[in-house]
Write a protein of this length. Structure first.
Lengths: 373, 308
């Protein structure tokens, strides 16, 4: 959706000779940066008013978010660890979104990827880590990719709305996870919290040198960069963007629309599945109910804030990760419930979506209107 | 089982009783969404509205001591969410599906935020009518204990069907939903009609939420909804935007939702979680069976983004 408005504005610029192509391009980039940032600020201010209305201090709130999320090296490490799953979850929304699909059930691919990794990991516990971990990652990506790829295929083959089907499949995935973790894959030793067998130390993803952040964050950043290159710099990505802009035109051009839809949804799902594997291998140590922690839903916000751009996802995920990292301190210091961060995210989300209406409204970002006025 | 053992007959009976109990929230949300979609908008945020309605209804019922005050509060809260959705979607280039997702997350966040103090206290329940007193079997009595809201919802389905079919208001909503241009040509204001339809739809979703927290399961907690608000959106498509069909589909979904607990009550415990997935699998199956890439869905409002 977002991209259609941007490309729509671009199409308008072509016919106007007043501004050179380069100026128009830079103006458009400035608009694409300024409007989301402006919307972010408006969302944060609106949440500040919400806090004021409740008799809490917004200044204290944002000070605490800064302190707990970004104030010290310790809090930065916490923030980066929390950002790691958001990177993958956002890719699961952003990649299909570039083809015009709104997939919001990444949570399902995350939990299934986690269960696949936990189950395979328990089966290959004796293998050396250098072989077993890639095997776990591959199975997790296959599980997640098949799950979300099926959503894309249903959309392509049967015209099933992908937003609804993906969320329904997320509920089904969580039921499947509970069934597997409490049934066939359950480690008999896990009494209070049903889990798969704990992974041996060799199959655990460790921390990056010199910091308390696991390698999952680095892998996530690499996946974001790969996605950006794929979408912005390759023929496949160009074809995908064409599908997102105008399906009919893409079909007339002879592009394999069906394969593009299924391929990019499956790739998004594979990234989400990888998030599940990392959550199991780096954080939990086994697959269990904690996999359904809502990363998939926070990822939707990250993707929309980043306007479905792979590189932009990285700073946005860190920002949201920092907000979530501050939740505990805010609960203790300000006596606010743990859902406070959810409300803040909701405000920011709404503000971002409302900013869509402003594209092309500001003269400063529309060089073609500079002369005529 | 209880004192009188009726063996496997307990399963269909429990499913019938469960269908009546579980279907009520589906019924209200789907009737509300049916109205909204008939006007040409889709509100995916009803899941958030439902959860907020559950919280608001429970909190007000607890504070006032009256369950019906809670239902009213939930309806008002729901209509506010609907109004917000309606106004936002009236802005150019703002996408109704995306706004729905955002309001779903915001509604749930706000419900958890304000609902924290109400997780422990006990609020009054909504009244139920005993239709099963003729029978000596406690299972039959339990199955036929019908909540008043279910009856109101059933009546509402017929009423809404009549409104769409035979009234001026119904015609206006249908025209706006089928063609913005035709509605403008008739001198109607499509955005106002859609905002009003979304507000009423939100109010009904709020009532559905209050049923969850005030009758079945009958308490407020953060896991109160298991996607009923969202499934109802798919249910409306399956019901072909017809309120009477919405009622039948809600009963079907309620029955599917009651399958897990019913089987558990007769001792079937393996695959317990998979039976809980039955309503989602059923919804997905319905969607797959009724969608098509080649022909427009019969009965679909022309302006609806989800079927284009």
């Amino acid at each position: 959706m977002a991209d259609q408005t941007v490309s729509g504005g671009g199409a308008g610029l072509v016919s106007v000779p007043a501004a050179s192509g380069a100026t128009a391009r830079w103006a458009r980039r400035a608009e694409a940066l300024a409007l989301p940032l402006g919307a972010l600020v408006v969302g944060l201010l609106a949440f500040g008013l919400f806090l004021l209305a409740l008799g809490k201090s917004p200044v204290q709130f944002y000070e605490l978010v800064y302190k707990a999320g970004f104030g010290t090296w310790f809090s930065w490490q916490n923030t980066l660890s929390r950002a790691a799953p958001l990177l993958f979850a956002a890719l699961c929304v952003a990649l299909p979104a570039r083809l015009g699909l709104m997939i919001i059930g990444g949570e399902g691919a995350i939990v299934l990827g986690g269960v696949a990794a936990g189950g395979i990991g328990a089966a290959v516990a004796g293998w050396p880590g250098a072989i077993a971990m890639p095997v776990m990652a591959v199975f997790a990506m296959l599980a997640g990719g098949a799950w979300i790829g099926a959503v894309g295929a249903l959309r392509q083959k049967r015209g099933v709305n992908e937003t609804i089907s993906s969320l329904l499949m997320a509920y089904i995935a969580i039921a499947v996870m509970n069934h597997l973790v409490e049934g066939p894959l359950r480690d008999p030793a896990s009494l209070n919290k049903p889990s798969t067998a704990p992974l041996p130390e060799a199959l655990r993803i460790g921390e990056m040198p010199g910091m308390d952040v696991h390698y999952g964050f680095l892998i996530g950043v690499i996946c974001c960069v790969i996605s950006w290159v794929l979408i912005e710099k390759t023929t496949w990505g160009f074809a995908a963007r064409l599908v997102g802009g105008n399906v009919r035109a893409a079909q007339i051009q002879g592009l394999p629309v069906g394969w593009l839809l299924i391929g990019f949804t499956a790739l998004g799902g594979a990234f989400a599945g990888l998030a599940g594997m990392i959550e199991v291998s780096a954080v939990q140590g086994s697959a269990n109910g904690s996999l359904a922690a809502g990363y998939g839903y926070a990822g939707i916000l990250v993707a929309f804030l980043a306007r479905h751009n792979g590189i932009a996802i990285i700073p946005v995920a860190i920002l949201i990760g920092g907000m979530e990292a501050s939740s505990g301190l805010i609960q203790r210091r300000m006596d606010l419930p743990d859902a406070t961060v959810l409300v803040l995210e909701g405000f920011v989300f709404v503000a971002i979506l409302l900013s869509e209406t402003l594209y092309g409204r500001f003269k400063a970002f529309s060089p073609e209107r500079w002369r005529t006025a | 089982m209880t004192d009188t053992d009726i063996g496997l007959w307990g399963v269909p009976l429990a499913i019938l009783g469960g269908a009546i109990r579980v279907s009520t929230p589906f019924l209200f949300v789907s009737l509300g969404e049916c109205l909204t979609e008939r006007s040409g908008r889709i509100n995916l945020g009803l899941e958030g509205t439902l959860v907020f309605g559950a919280m608001a209804g429970y909190a007000i019922a607890y504070e006032t001591g009256s369950a019906w005050a809670g239902v009213l509060a939930a309806a008002i809260a729901g209509s506010v969410f609907g109004l917000v959705h309606g106004f936002m979607c009236s802005l150019p280039r703002v996408n109704d599906i995306a706004i729905g997702i955002a309001l779903m997350l915001l509604g749930m966040g706000l419900a958890f935020f304000f609902g924290k103090p109400y997780i422990q206290p006990v609020a009054p329940d909504l009244p139920a009518i005993e239709f099963g007193l003729w029978s000596d079997l406690p299972q039959v009595q339990a199955a036929l204990r019908v909540n008043v809201l279910f009856l109101i919802g059933a009546a509402l389905a017929v009423f809404l069907w009549w409104v769409f079919r035979a009234t001026r208001v119904g015609l206006i909503v249908r025209v706006v939903g089928d063609s913005t241009d035709a509605a403008r040509a008739m001198g109607l204001r499509p955005n106002q009609v859609r905002i009003a339809s979304t507000a009423v739809g939100g109010a009904l979703a709020g009532v559905a939420g209050s049923y969850l927290s005030l009758y079945y399961p009958g308490s407020w907690n953060e896991g109160i909804s298991s996607g009923q608000g969202l499934m109802a959106v798919a249910l409306v498509i399956f019901a072909r935007w017809n309120p009477i069909n919405c009622f039948l589909a809600a009963m079907l979904f309620g029955g599917a939702g009651a399958l897990g607990p019913a089987l558990q009550s007769v001792g079937v415990t393996s695959g317990y979680y998979l039976f809980y997935a039955a309503p989602y699998v059923l919804t997905l199956g319905m969607l797959i069976a009724t969608s098509s890439t080649t022909r427009a869905l019969t009965g679909a409002p022309g302006e609806l983004s989800i079927t284009k």
